[in-house]
Design a protein around this ligand. Structure first.
Ligand SMILES: CC(C)(COP(=O)(O)OP(=O)(O)OC[C@H]1O[C@@H](n2cnc3c(N)ncnc32)[C@H](O)[C@@H]1OP(=O)(O)O)[C@@H](O)C(=O)NCCC(=O)NCCS
Length: 292
């Protein structure tokens, strides 16, 4: 009986640490796996490169390449902050999918987590990925994202208590992230600000990071009223964008869905927030896609 095309011996596959020289291949594999045309989306590829470099610097022991018969076929990057592990990237070259590379990369990445770490993954719609995460003990919480542009006339009057924050606020904002997801976002917020993100803070009640013209990067608040106020300000700051302005809204976060609908945005379901252990309440909260 002949073997199916993707049934290859597992021994042909190796997983090794990522090196700086692997960045071009990392981006090639990621673009192919997520069906992004690198030629047409040079800005996205540039952002992905800086993201991959950021993690390679901060978590060099949690970035991996899968190799089969001398070819690089897959990539994974994870990060650990305090007692929280997050998977940032898992992608396999489409020609090599369904042959075990994703599972091998995921297992190697997950092994970087300490046994009592909480764990978060902002997951795509890929059924193979959801299988890997679900069978590894992650709870799969489906998420919504927005489409369309904000109806500016629907925006409420600005709340004077919301102000722009900067580097000197980061220590205080860290406490909010710890309450919500068990670890500070500080290191990633510094990265995001270098990428053009701006911080909005509502006293000690919550904060958001926003990339104007792009989207809400993340939001964490101590109560829903503050979260809703911050989201309105964030939407105004996002302005026009051709991508989802708000992503990864888990069920039960009416404050976020309501603000999005009132702002004239369309909601549709995409992906899942995958949760293992006890990172924190995770609401009111919009995670960062790559850094949760
Ligand atoms: C998700 C992805 C990384 C998985 O890697 P892969 O090498 O294709 O997956 P594997 O071959 O290791 O298979 C993973 C699991 O899915 C199962 N699987 C394989 N093909 C499948 C299919 N067509 N449908 C459903 N499950 C499938 C496998 O049996 C395996 O489960 P098992 O080990 O319990 O048997 C890869 O498919 C990919 O790059 N997808 C696009 C990018 C993406 O969405 N990444 C995830 C971001 S969160």
């Amino acid at each position: 009986m002949s073997a199916a095309p993707n049934e290859r011996p597992a021994s042909a596959l190796t997983v090794r640490p990522m090196l700086a020289d692997d960045l071009d291949e990392t981006l090639r594999i990621k673009a192919a796996a997520f069906e992004v045309d690198a030629g047409e989306h040079a800005t996205t590829i540039g952002r992905w490169r800086r993201q991959a470099e950021h993690l390679l610097r901060s978590d060099p022991d949690a970035s991996f390449m899968a190799e089969r018969e001398g070819r690089l076929v897959g990539v994974a990057q994870a990060l650990r902050r305090e007692r929280l592990w997050c998977l940032s990237l898992l992608a396999v070259d489409p020609r090599e999918q369904g042959a075990g590379a994703g599972r091998a990369l995921f297992q190697r990445s997950l092994a970087c987590a300490a046994s009592d770490d909480a764990a978060l993954i902002v997951g795509s719609n890929d059924s193979r990925a959801l299988r890997l995460y679900g069978l590894a003990g992650f709870e799969l919480r489906p998420t919504l994202h927005t489409e369309g542009s904000v109806e500016r006339r629907e925006l409420p009057r600005p709340d004077p208590a919301v102000r722009e924050a900067g580097a000197s606020d980061l220590e205080e904002l860290a406490a909010i992230s710890r309450e919500l997801r068990g670890a500070a976002h500080t290191h990633e917020l510094i990265y995001a600000m270098d990428e053009g993100a701006r911080l909005l803070r509502l006293a000690d009640r919550g904060y958001a990071a926003v990339i104007p013209g792009h989207g809400v990067w993340m939001l964490a608040a101590r109560e829903e009223r503050a979260a809703g106020t911050l989201l309105w300000h964030a939407l105004e700051m996002v302005g026009d964008t051709d991508r989802p302005a708000v992503r990864w809204i888990t069920g039960g976060q009416r404050w976020a869905a309501q603000a999005a609908l009132q702002a004239g945005l369309r909601l549709s379901s995409y992906g899942a927030l995958c949760v293992r252990g006890a990172p924190g309440p995770l609401r009111p909260y919009l995670p960062s896609g790559p850094f949760a």
